[in-house]
Structures are given as structure tokens and as C-alpha cells.
Write a protein that binds this ligand. Structure first.
Ligand code: CP
Ligand code: NVA
Length: 300
């Protein structure tokens, strides 16, 4: 039997996604109450990281330990993955020894190729195109504070990157409106926009996009792999900082989210990131609970 994978949010139905979010909220409460719950006893999650990580690595590793299992950190620098062993062969071998595999890779195709040859569930821990695990945490944070997101208005300001594209998937799946403001040349993939046009609207003006939004979200201007474009991007994105002027066009009770790490006074002012409307620390913590719900869904 083919295993279930989590490569993008579209691997879940809307009902499954809502159930995972609710389960994440329950698991969070169980942890606060000190309940020991070990549905993954003796199970092993392999974690392949081609790029740096703080939150993803710690949340998956801590989550597996709390569930009674364990996690293995694998870097291409000190495995055969970095010496040219084909990804398909690596998938066949690694998946015969562990119960689940999480990958953070440069190229999205690496994760899809890996999944096609894996006997066990594969989880996308960020690629150049999507970051679905972060969306689980963002959605959990919204549901905890505001209830279901259906019919609400989310505004994405900044790069049409992996996070933006994951928000596009979420908008269609959970039926909310997404307005995106990005500089010309930094839009999300055309085909994604076309297939979600009922839920997603593109702007090149941040204030316009943020008007009446219930949630404002941004991310770094230069994602991992684009560091050498930092200076060019600082110019291109100069009018796309989330600051008090942008937040004042959104709803008065609008929330602010950022997947972190953040650059204060670049994509977001310190005042907004550290202010009343920001929920970024809950959002970061929820990576743990949301991914535990995902691990239970895929591996228990
Ligand atoms: N938000 C996020 O994925 O953080 P890390 O890069 O630290 O894992
Ligand atoms: N868009 C960012 C997210 C980091 C968690 C990146 O890909 O670097």
C-alpha cells in the first residue's frame, strides 16, 4: 500500500486539515496538563536538512521524543546524499529503516522524487516552492484565537515565495480570501494564481492589499538560496514593509504573523513584530503541536 505523504497542503482534504488543526489544539492542552502520550513509541523519523533550520528541526525532534519515538538529523554534508547517491536510491534505503521522513530541500522536485520511492510517509519541511508545515502552525494559531478561518480575509505582503504559495493553497482549501501584494517580478507562480483565482487576488500595492484584512502575514525578502540578491531585493521591496501604516488599513483587531526568522526594520517594523497584534511567538510554538498532530495522522 502506498503511504500518505505531506508534500503540500493539497495532500489533505479540507476536513482532514481541520481535524489536524483541532488535534493540534488538543495535543497542546495535553502537554500543558502534563499528560504523557506516546503513540509513536519506538518509531523513528529521519530528518534530511539541505538548508538551515531552528524551528523545524527542534519541533520535529522534540515532538518525536514527546511521542515516545526518536528523530535522526541527517545532513548531506555527512551522508552519501551529499556525494551523489541518487535521491531515489536514498529514499528506497532510508525508508526501509525508519517510519517517516521529513526533508528540507532546495529543489521541490527532490522531495517529490524522494516520496515517489519511499515506503513510509514523507513530509515537506520546506522547499523552494512550499512550506506546508508552517501553514499548519499558522492556521492553528488563527483557529485558537479567532475560530474557523472560512470567509475571512488574509493579506500576504512581500515575496511570492514558498510561504506565500502555501497560503494560496490554504485559501482555496479552507475557503478564505487571500490578497497578495508583491513587487513586480516577485509574484507567485502564474499557474497557482490561475487555479485559485476565486480565492486569491494579486496587487502591487501593499496598502491596497491590506485594506480590511483580518490577518497580515509577511516573510523575509530574500529566502534561503537567494542571499546574494539581498541588496537588489532591499530596493525592490522597499515599499512592502509591514509597519503601523499598513496595519492601520487592516481591521483594528487584525493579527500579524511571520514564520520567522524575521529581520526587524526590513520586511516588518520592530513596532509591529513586537507589538500587540503580533502572534509570532504562539505561531512558532505551534509548530510543535501542529506537527505532532501531523505525525500522529501519518505515522500512528
Ligand atoms: N519558520 C521556520 O521554518 O523556521 P526554521 O527555518 O528555523 O525551521
Ligand atoms: N521563505 C523563507 C522561510 C524560512 C522559514 C525561506 O525559504 O528561507
Amino acid at each position: 500500500m502506498k503511504p500518505r505523504h505531506f508534500i503540500t497542503l493539497n495532500d489533505l482534504s479540507a476536513d482532514e486539515l481541520r481535524a489536524i488543526i483541532q488535534r493540534a489544539i488538543e495535543l497542546k492542552k495535553m502537554r500543558t496538563d502534563g499528560v504523557i502520550f506516546e503513540p509513536l513509541k519506538n518509531k523513528v523519523l529521519a530528518m534530511v536538512f539541505e538548508k538551515s533550520s531552528t524551528r523545524t528541526r527542534i519541533s520535529f525532534e522534540a515532538g518525536m521524543t514527546q511521542f515516545g519515538g526518536s528523530a535522526l538529523f541527517l545532513s548531506p554534508r555527512d551522508t552519501q546524499l551529499g556525494r551523489g547517491e541518487p535521491i531515489e536510491d536514498s529514499a528506497r534505503v532510508i525508508s526501509r529503516m525508519v517510519d517517516g521522513i521529513m526533508l528540507r530541500t532546495n529543489d521541490h522536485k527532490t522531495v517529490t522524487a524522494f516520496a515517489a520511492h519511499s515506503k513510509v510517509p514523507v513530509i515537506n519541511g520546506l522547499t523552494d516552492r512550499f512550506h506546508p508545515c508552517q501553514l499548519l502552525a499558522d492556521l492553528q494559531t488563527w483557529f485558537e484565537l479567532r475560530g474557523d478561518i472560512k470567509g475571512h480575509h488574509v493579506c500576504w505582503i512581500g515575496d511570492g515565495n514558498n510561504m506565500c504559495q502555501s497560503y494560496i493553497n490554504a485559501a482555496k482549501l479552507l475557503d478564505f480570501q487571500l490578497t497578495i501584494a508583491c513587487p513586480p517580478g516577485y509574484e507567485p507562480e502564474e499557474q497557482l494564481l490561475t487555479s485559485t483565482s476565486t480565492h486569491v487576488k494579486l496587487f502591487h500595492d501593499a496598502k491596497q492589499a491590506a485594506k480590511n484584512a483580518d490577518l497580515v502575514v509577511t516573510d523575509v525578502w530574500a529566502s534561503m538560496g537567494h542571499e546574494e540578491e539581498q541588496k537588489i531585493r532591499e530596493k525592490a521591496f522597499a515599499d512592502f514593509q509591514v509597519n503601523r501604516h499598513i496595519m492601520s488599513t487592516a481591521q483594528p483587531d487584525a493579527l500579524f504573523m511571520h514564520c520567522l526568522p524575521a529581520h526587524r526594520e526590513e520586511e516588518v517594523s520592530a513596532e509591529v513584530l513586537d507589538g500587540q497584534q503580533s502572534v509570532v511567538w504562539d505561531e512558532a510554538e505551534n509548530r510543535l503541536h501542529a506537527q505532532k498532530a501531523l505525525l500522529e495522522f501519518l505515522m500512528a
